[in-house]
Design a protein around this ligand. Structure first.
Ligand code: ADP
Ligand code: MG
Length: 568
């Protein structure tokens, strides 16, 4: 049949250019990526079959197969999973749909040097395209399970790819790499050598729950020329890591599972294990990444919890298992007593699932608490990357509010660089200081220049500087922490020098000043008319002549702007 040539989408082409020319030092990871895709394809097919949605598919011996050919210098990764239709190949392989990826490609292009680009590639992961780190041509042959027609895709990764419809093709997908010439200096990069493939699979993909087979010539690799019958060898142990005991599994193995789940190439910041026994049994293996995903604040952000039922993959992006403010957490939850047919709607309503979600959320928060107490550097990374999201929980998770406040940090006038916790703030509070003071705004600088800050600066009273958009919202919802009220320095009556001093002298003094300025205040009230509620004398200013103040329970100007933007 006719072969058609297609252009890669612009972002895809740019990304491929980066990959081809990258000096990403750990090229081995391309194999992890291909095996990961094959494993996903097998998961999808098994699930479809279990749900009776895979008419005509063969699910009798689902597996992954690796074929090396040192002679022609090719490596093939084959699976008999779900496969792709012609159109799916165009959409899934030829384009980049994810908005986060487009942004990442832009960053990549702006990267100053190869090292910076490599760092970015490592943080992001490039999936299927990583094949082009080691191959100068890639051929993918696929047939969607249940369909009759297949598709052949091939590309050198330059600007275009070709597609051809095939009358016949095996079910699933095979990816064949024409390997770049081996670097003779560098034996480590010979991906046509079975012993190397075996090592790489062991290292990166051991936990994959499908057999990864490789045909190895009988009598050892050295005698391959003899043309003896090849024996398939299963390279991986196939043990689900979350079902194994802690001391059996190395950190590296956990990290590889994380990379498989998250499509991230960087190590996670923290690994969390949880086993629940009793009437509703489940195991959870959760990861806190070391970097916030690019698209965490976009609508199409995919949450990172996969649901399994007794080792069988059931669902990606399982939002019922983690509250939105912990959406950066990746991992696996394997529940024993759920139906494989369970739907998202059922999960949202299931009481056991709700209990599980609460338990998982508490466990993540207690892990953050432990980091805070035991590893200041890691905690600092955590807060920098995820603090903004975590604070959403102050609004949505009343039950854990105290804990979230306790593990939160805030910029403060106390230190230009280092954020402070509320606890630390309270330890520094001045004798007689009743409240925890804060001011919200667009940036630290804008806040520090605010006239509201003058009296606080003059008196040396610490103020928290809240600049995240979510800060405007939670400060309204959180009245106090550990018995101390949180008070905006821009709101209501601020009493910094004991002006609620009830002695007759103080009263008299206030009275006198009030009379002295009565004319001016009256005139101003008249001039400003509807614009203001009241004009009064202030103790909060030292330099500026006047400032605008809201009532304690009024929305701040920024919050009013936000409501307006939301159409309220
Ligand atoms: P990711 O795995 O992060 O989605 P990839 O670049 O690795 O990104 O793959 C892109 C998409 O191509 C996958 O999401 C999947 O839909 C499809 N795909 C890749 N390999 C296979 C395969 N072996 N079988 C079926 N679909 C595949
Ligand atoms: Mg992938």
């Amino acid at each position: 049949m006719a072969t058609e040539t297609f252009e890669f989408q612009v972002e895809a082409r740019q990304l491929l250019q980066m990959v081809i020319h990258s000096i990403y030092s750990n090229k081995d990871v391309f194999l992890r990526e291909l095996i990961s895709n094959a494993s996903d394809a097998l998961d999808k097919l098994r699930l479809a079959a279990l749900r009776d949605e895979a008419a005509g598919a063969d699910v009798s011996d689902l597996h992954i197969e690796l074929v090396t050919d040192p002679e022609s210098r090719t490596l093939t990764v084959r699976d008999n999973g779900i496969g792709m239709s012609y159109d799916e190949v165009i959409h899934l392989i030829g384009t980049i749909a994810n908005s986060g990826t487009a942004k990442f490609v832009k960053e990549l292009q702006e990267a100053k040097d190869a090292g910076a680009a490599e760092g970015l590639i490592g943080q992001f992961g490039v999936g299927f395209y990583s094949s082009f780190m080691v191959a100068d041509e890639v051929v993918l042959v696929t047939r969607r399970a249940g369909e009759t027609e297949g598709t052949r895709w091939s590309s050198t990764g330059e600007g275009s790819y070709t597609l051809e419809r095939l009358d016949e093709a095996p079910q699933g997908t095979s990816v064949t790499l024409k390997l770049r010439p081996a670097d003779t200096e560098d034996q480590l990069h010979d991906y046509a050598a079975p012993w190397q493939i075996r090592q790489i699979v062991k290292k990166y993909s051991d936990f994959i729950t499908w057999p990864i087979r490789m045909a190895v010539p009988a009598g050892g690799e050295e005698q391959a020329e003899g043309g003896e019958q090849a024996e398939p060898e299963t390279l991986n142990s196939m043990k689900a890591l979350w079902a194994r005991s802690r001391d059996e599994v190395s950190d590296e193995e956990y990290h590889e599972l994380y990379k498989h789940l998250s499509h991230d190439w960087t190590e996670p910041l923290e690994t969390i294990r949880l086993q629940a026994e009793g009437t509703f049994e489940y195991q959870a293996l959760l990861f806190v990444p070391s970097r916030a995903p690019h698209d965490m604040f976009t609508r199409d952000y995919q949450r990172g919890i996969q649901l399994y039922v007794k080792r069988v993959f059931v669902m990606d992006d399982c939002e019922a298992l983690m509250p939105p403010y912990l959406r950066f957490v990746k991992g696996v939850v394997d529940a024993a007593d759920l139906s494989l047919n369970v739907s998202r709607e059922i999960l949202q309503q299931d009481r056991q699932i709700q209990l599980m979600r609460r338990r998982l959320a508490k466990k993540v928060l207690s892990t953050v608490k432990d980091l805070m107490a035991g590893d200041a550097d890691k905690y600092a990374v955590f807060w920098r990357e995820f603090g903004r999201v975590l604070k959403e929980g102050l609004l949505s998770d009343g039950e854990n509010r105290e804990t979230i406040l306790a593990v939160s940090s805030f910029a403060s006038t106390h230190d230009d660089e280092k954020p402070t916790t509320l606890r630390e703030y309270m330890e520094r509070m001045k004798e007689g200081q009743e409240h925890v003071y804060y001011l919200t705004g667009d940036s630290r600088q804008a806040i520090e220049n605010s006239p509201h800050m003058e009296a606080f600066r003059a008196k040396g009273i610490e103020v928290l500087l809240l600049t995240d958009p979510v800060d405007e919202l939670w400060v309204e919802a959180v009245p106090e922490f550990d018995g101390k009220q949180l008070r905006s320095v821009a709101k209501g009556e601020i009493d910094l020098d004991g002006s609620d001093d009830q002695t007759p002298e103080a009263e008299g003094e206030r009275e006198k000043r009030q009379q002295e300025f009565a004319g001016l205040l009256g005139w101003m009230t008249e001039q400003l008319g509807e614009e203001v509620k009241e004009v009064r004398l202030s103790t909060r200013l030292t330099v500026s002549p006047a400032c605008v103040v809201s009532d304690t329970f009024d929305a701040t100007p920024a919050l009013q702007a936000m409501y307006k933007a939301m159409g309220q």
